[in-house]
Design a protein around this ligand. Structure first.
Ligand SMILES: Cc1ncc(COP(=O)(O)O)c(C=O)c1O
Length: 384
């Protein structure tokens, strides 16, 4: 790292130096190697049908930029068509399209929960949810990961101390770094018992789980106490997020949500791409089936090789613990042609640095076998 001596930059430089010494300095790398890292679960990011939809829209005169916010000139027919289709597809009253999942989570949490309300966040929810909770008006507490009893005890403690407002239970349906599922049925039951709302981030489940990829919240969609964030940059192969909710909450967001009101609307071309992705989910259910077979194959191969694997899904954490060793193992696999990345704190809890192995339709069984062989050879002799 280049040493910077000017006083204005010294504190930034020394923070970077400290990260480097702790094995946590982040750098962007070009994409290279066989994809065991992306969230392009259904291989839609490069699908000919997605590209054709964009070309056709361009030919028909769809602009690249929306040219304004949704409440002004930026509200395009493509956004409205996407939202109508998304509400129908997911079985919700209404859907709103945001520029990213990060912004959608932040937006919901800074708009819907009110002063005097309580948010109960699972300890492993995404950074955007923590940021939304911190920036919002409601109180918040953290519950133990995937522990409904802990959620309920946070609610009871808060009520016992005089909390009077509405409770919002916030969870993911599939956790992005551990690959385990949230206990949605229990959370919905707790919400009903406490007259609470449930907000579910479906980032890694949309397109992959549920009938035709409607996600794991599909059985509960249409309930007035449910808000769901379906991101579009992962299995849907595009970018953005669809927030599904009751019509009243969607209208409230349109009127009060600052990132929705005071930002240029997402590109109408992206709305076209996301709508096409929803069509592909319905026309080509074999993508979902192929991914599910690849996931089952990989888990079975790991079992046969005696690898410890706590995941139930396409996201497989390979815990190393130490930051530097995790990054070294990732580099060794990259040098052998596998694009696998190390994930370190604060993205994951301290002491749990890991490889995050992601399965997508960009690879087949032969790739998986070769990757597991390489992983086994590289990791052999290391105590994990
Ligand atoms: C669980 C979860 N929620 C939200 C996001 C943010 O979504 P986006 O990448 O669309 O901003 C991510 C992205 O990594 C995620 O993993």
């Amino acid at each position: 790292m280049k040493l910077i001596h000017t006083s204005k930059l010294a504190s930034y430089a020394s923070a970077l130096q400290a990260l480097n010494e702790d094995g946590r300095l982040r750098r962007m790398r070009p994409r290279a190697g066989i994809d065991f890292v992306s969230n392009d679960y259904l291989a839609l990011a490069n699908a000919p049908r997605m590209k054709k939809a964009i070309w056709t829209a361009l030919d028909a005169g769809t602009p690249i930029g929306a040219g304004g916010s949704r409440l002004l000139r930026g509200n395009c027919e493509e956004h409205e068509k996407l939202e109508t289709e998304a509400a129908r597809f997911f079985g919700a009253d209404a859907a709103l399209f945001f520029g990213s999942g990060y912004v959608a989570n932040f937006s919901v949490l800074t708009t819907l929960p009110q002063r005097g309300d309580l948010l109960v966040l699972d300890s492993l929810v995404h950074a955007s949810i923590h940021e939304g909770a911190r920036a919002g008006r409601a109180d918040f507490r953290i519950s133990r990961h995937n522990d409904p009893l802990s959620v309920e005890s946070r609610i009871r403690d808060w009520r016992a101390k005089g909390g009077r407002g509405r409770v919002w239970i916030v969870a993911e349906s599939l956790y992005s770094m551990d690959g385990d599922f949230g206990p949605l049925e229990d959370l919905v039951e707790i919400a009903d018992r406490h007259d609470a709302f449930v907000m579910v981030d479906e980032a890694h489940a949309t397109g992959v789980y549920g009938q035709l990829g409607r996600g794991l919240t599909a059985p509960y969609e249409g309930r007035e106490n449910l808000v769901v964030v379906h991101t579009c940059g992962k299995a849907l192969g595009a970018v953005g997020a669809l927030v599904t909710a009751s019509g009243v909450l969607a209208d409230f967001m349109v009127n009060r949500c600052r990132p929705f009101i005071f930002a240029t609307a997402p590109s109408p071309l992206m709305a076209v791409a996301v709508r096409e992705a929803l069509m592909i989910l319905q026309d080509e259910p074999e993508r979902q089936e192929r991914l599910s077979k690849l996931v089952a194959f990989t888990h079975q191969q790991m079992r046969l090789r005696g690898e410890r694997n706590t995941s139930c899904s396409q996201i497989i954490p390979y815990i190393i613990g130490d930051n530097i060793r995790a990054m070294r193992l990732a580099s060794a696999l990259q040098a052998r042609g596998f694009d696998i990345r190390g994930i370190r704190p604060p993205t994951v809890p301290a002491g749990t640095a890991r490889l995050r192995i992601s399965l997508t339709l960009n690879v087949g069984e032969a790739h998986v076998r070769a990757m597991l062989d390489a992983l086994n050879e590289q990791a052999r002799g290391w105590s994990r």
